[in-house]
Ligand binder design. Structure first.
Ligand SMILES: [Zn+2]
Length: 286
């Protein structure tokens, strides 16, 4: 791991994401990490997700968030068929990573897993999604808040874990690397991770050879849990009180995958596709 001082400018900007639970006091647009905005509009998105309420899915409002006199829902979408296993998908924890949000309608359209209940929580960070901000309405990074639960959004995620008892969690993200990869926690074995990367590649997704820190991925697309990574996460939680959902899941014995498509890509379909394909592929393994 290079020291912070020697990191290229983009990477040192990225490093602040790993040092602060609250980097701002308000939503903040990212201007330096090369995010290509997609065609996303919050109200239209909420309407599109709500429209799935019906015979196949139940759509509920889990919480609301108010910012500048406007109130936005955090929705859950649950498949109605009873099933022994539950797959929880978190979409939009970081508001400016729009591909994972835009993937939700096609994920629901394509959903046909037998034996698996699907629960999608989205948008986890509605104000961030509207404001093109990683952070929530008070400048908190929700995905660093799984120790203190200072944010209503992290508390909603915790409540959904408590209620739904998921057997598997997928959190949909994007990052500044040039292609798609996934982080897996210790409960996703390496063979499963590699097979899921193969499934993405078969669907036409380009897998990254390096993660966003520049570390080589072998096989391409897979950043598996390691003893070093787990030690870093432990220190992070103990010294900075920061924890991401992937470690929170690990604490609870739940396998989690964090998918990271490339926010630098201008091809919206290519950014959305891995999210849709991964949810279907994970459901087939459960
Ligand atoms: Zn993210």
């Amino acid at each position: 791991m290079p020291s912070l001082a020697t990191l290229p400018r983009d990477l040192s900007k990225l490093a602040r994401y790993h040092l602060y639970r609250r980097a701002e006091t308000h939503p903040a647009r990212e201007t330096e990490l090369g995010i290509v905005p997609l065609d996303f509009e919050l109200d239209r998105y909420v309407d599109a997700v709500r429209a799935f309420d019906g015979a196949r899915f139940e759509v509920r409002t889990e919480a609301t968030v108010t910012y500048r006199d406007r109130t936005h829902p955090i929705l859950s979408v649950t498949s109605r068929e009873a099933a022994p296993k539950t797959l929880l998908v978190l979409a939009g924890v970081h508001g400016n990573e729009h591909a994972g949000l835009l993937a939700v309608p096609p994920i629901l359209d394509a959903w046909q897993a037998e034996g698996v209940r699907l629960v999608v929580l989205t948008p986890v960070n509605p104000v961030g999604a509207a404001e093109l901000s990683r952070f929530n309405e008070e400048g908190y990074d929700i995905n660093r808040d799984f120790v203190r639960f200072s944010t209503p959004q992290a508390r909603v995620v915790r409540d959904v874990y408590d209620r739904e008892r998921p057997d598997f969690v997928i959190s949909l993200h994007e990052g500044p690397q040039d292609a798609t990869f996934m982080f897996t926690n210790r409960y996703v074995d390496r063979a499963t991770g590699a097979a899921l990367c193969d499934a993405l590649a078969e669907g036409g997704t380009t897998l990254a050879h390096k993660d966003y820190f520049g570390l080589r991925l072998d096989p391409p697309g897979l950043s598996p849990s390691s003893a070093t990574g787990r030690a870093v996460h432990k220190i992070w939680a103990l010294t900075l009180s920061m924890k991401a959902s992937i470690s929170y899941s690990e604490d609870r014995g739940i396998p989690e995958i964090v998918l990271e498509s490339s926010w630098r890509m201008t091809d919206a379909a290519a950014r959305v596709r891995p999210h849709v394909d991964l949810v279907a592929a994970v459901a087939r393994t459960m």
